[in-house]
Design a protein around this ligand. Structure first.
Ligand code: 2HA
Ligand code: ZN
Length: 270
């Protein structure tokens, strides 16, 4: 059996949580990540016949039965995950009945998965139906984006277009736009259902006054989406109060989508 602390998937999640912390997006225990893992990969590092604990998940995740996920732990600080991955991370398998997570590694101090697991698993279920390559759900509290949710309308078309117009390539990175939820109580099945519903058409969902969800086929892809939105939000805030002399027009956005051949959200141009 190989040493799990050398596993590429552990190294990758440690690197990204370090980065997210240093970017100021994940203060204290803010933020959470889940990433699906293939059973054959997990088996190289741990004995999957040994379940450490079975933890209820309080909703039906049967569609994901038998699937493995590496998930950040509740209350764990991103700042500390890379120093102690076995405390801050866990590998779970969704039980046959769909209502439990079988812990096969991690959460060594007796903890459990993020309080946002309902949103994560519901988002995984939705995205797997749309994108067979889908693997990662990432949640974070990026500073400029959160400031923007205080001063910008939460209308999805207007919010997305304000961001698309800050950097020419934004519409290439997230041509599907951004879903926006109003303030809702976090950690609940309700916000999970609302987020997964938005994920039917968006890979990015903003929780106003709280954070953002990004999804993708890899940690890099989900991170890259969030990073681009955060940079755009920073530019928006740096200029929102100043007279605008130059801006990217709708016609220019159309030129970009044609030039880069991307399938963009057509409704946002009506
Ligand atoms: O895990 O960010 O939304 C801490 C959070 C909850
Ligand atoms: Zn959060």
């Amino acid at each position: 059996m190989k040493n799990i602390l050398d596993a590429p998937f552990i190294k990758e999640i440690c690197e990204i949580t370090d980065n997210m912390y240093r970017l100021g997006w994940d203060e204290r225990n803010g933020g959470n990540i889940s990433c699906s893992l293939n059973e054959c990969v997990v088996k190289e590092y741990i004995d999957i016949t040994k379940v450490i604990r079975t933890i209820p998940i309080n909703f039906d995740a049967k569609e994901l039965s038998g699937k493995y996920f590496i998930v950040t732990g509740t209350g764990e600080y991103f700042r500390q995950i890379s120093a102690n991955p076995e405390n801050g991370l866990g590998i779970i398998r969704i039980s046959a009945d769909g209502y439990h997570a079988e812990l096969v590694w991690g959460y060594k101090k007796g903890g459990k998965f993020t309080s946002e697991l309902p949103s994560h698993l519901m988002a995984h279920m939705t995205r797997l139906k749309i994108d067979p390559e889908h693997r990662v759900v990432m949640h974070s509290h990026p500073t400029n984006l959160l400031a923007m949710t205080q001063v910008h309308t939460l209308d999805e078309k207007e919010f997305t277009k304000s961001l698309w117009k800050t950097i020419t390539e934004c519409i290439v990175v997230f041509p599907d736009g951004i879903g926006v939820l109003p303030w809702m109580l976090c950690g609940t099945n309700e916000i999970g259902v609302a987020t997964a519903n938005k994920m039917k058409q968006y890979r990015l969902v903003v929780w106003a006054l709280h954070g953002i969800y990004g999804v993708g086929s890899s940690i890099d892809e989900a991170f890259g989406l969030i990073e681009t939105v955060e940079k755009a939000a920073e530019l928006y805030l740096k200029t929102a109060h100043l007279p605008k002399l130059n801006t990217i027009t709708d016609e220019q956005l159309m030129e970009v989508v044609k030039g880069f051949k991307v399938d963009y959200k057509k409704e946002f141009f009506k």
